[in-house]
Ligand binder design. Structure first.
Ligand code: DGY
Length: 331
């Protein structure tokens, strides 16, 4: 590749070595993670000339974009695009790529694990053994609740919501209620779930489900969606699980629902502020199973995401249509 076709690329979160090497073979690459204090200045300097960026988990806002006048494409190593100033990208004609599909099954596994952990009190009881408190047979005070046969309500029914529904309906005999903008034509799109899933208005879903799982993207429409009224509608003894984005939930309202309201337990992979601040009451709440945003965090899936994101970036910089481009015309 000649020097004139080599573009300036900024890698703003570590990539696996094989994918970094693919980029370096074709472009001039700067690796600088702005979250690491010693790399922040290098990141800001590189922005001035960067044409393509790749990374995740960092807010690329309008101010930051103003410092990147030559930027043509951002390739996010995530499916969620809530970290990016979408209207500003659309206005400047900067392309945004992401990684749908490759993380669907892993993220659904994580969310189902949270359902199991919250219902059967797995973390609490494993800690009891670890801490040497298993001195006699456990009694009712430590019993959990069955998952199989319970009604699962899913808010959001994209790829991950559907993968969760398959686990619940086909593996655990759970009736599934789902809420999203458009009902699915199950006969055509999900024949294996025919008769097992029901499109339900959100209010009714909250009232009927034993377990409610949030799998929605974060947008202006969904920010703060789960508040005091919504938690108040849930069944006494219900379980709440969030595997999407923390900001969809009003955390104060969730705490109220755990302390004084209907909730038996909550399983949370995501939080309004991440990493979860040490003083957050959710961190040590006895009814909460909290995970450090591990939805897609397996070796296989994180590598597949890096491969797709790198391919997206290389294609975009070559003037080709990337495999997975986010549609900015809808923002
Ligand atoms: C995603 O891909 O959006 C995951 O939540 C990781 O950020």
């Amino acid at each position: 590749m000649s020097d004139t076709t080599r573009k300036n690329v900024l890698v703003f979160r570590e990539l696996p070595p094989d994918q970094l090497a693919r980029l370096q073979a074709q472009h001039k690459v700067t690796v600088a993670n702005p979250r690491v204090p010693e790399q922040a200045a290098r990141f800001r300097d590189a922005l001035a000339t960067t044409e393509g960026m790749i990374g995740s988990s960092y807010a690329i806002d309008e101010g930051l974009l103003a410092g990147a006048p030559q930027l043509r494409v951002i390739s996010s190593v995530s499916v969620g695009v809530d970290n990016y100033a979408l209207p500003a990208l659309a206005k400047r004609g900067i392309m945004l790529c992401h990684t749908p599909g490759v993380l669907t099954e892993t993220t659904a596994d994580t969310i189902f694990s949270l359902i199991m952990a919250s219902s059967r009190r797995l973390v609490e009881l494993a800690n009891l053994v670890r801490d040497g408190h298993w001195q006699r047979n456990i009694g009712e005070d430590l019993f959990g609740w069955d998952v199989h046969g319970k009604t699962l309500g899913i808010l959001g029914f994209g790829r991950i919501g559907q993968a969760l529904a398959r686990r619940a309906a086909l593996g655990f005999g759970m009736p599934v209620l789902y809420h999203n903008r458009h009902p699915i034509d199950a006969a055509k799109e999900l024949p294996e779930l025919m008769g097992k899933i029901t499109h339900t208005p959100m209010e009714e879903l909250l009232q009927r489900a034993d377990i409610v799982a949030v799998v929605l993207p974060l947008s202006d429409e969904t920010r703060g969606l789960m508040g005091p009224r919504e938690f108040g509608l849930m069944k006494p003894g219900a379980i709440f699980v969030n595997g999407a984005r923390g900001a969809i939930v009003q955390e104060e309202a969730l705490l109220q629902a755990l302390n004084h309201g209907p909730l038996r337990a909550a399983g949370l992979d995501v939080f309004a502020t991440e990493p979860l601040p040490l003083n957050s009451p959710l961190r040590t709440h006895p009814k909460v199973t909290a995970l450090p945003h591990i939805g897609s965090a397996t070796f296989e899936t994180r590598h597949a995401m890096a491969v797709l994101a790198t391919t997206n970036l290389l294609q975009a910089l070559a003037g080709e249509r990337p495999l997975a481009m986010f549609d900015l015309s809808v923002v």
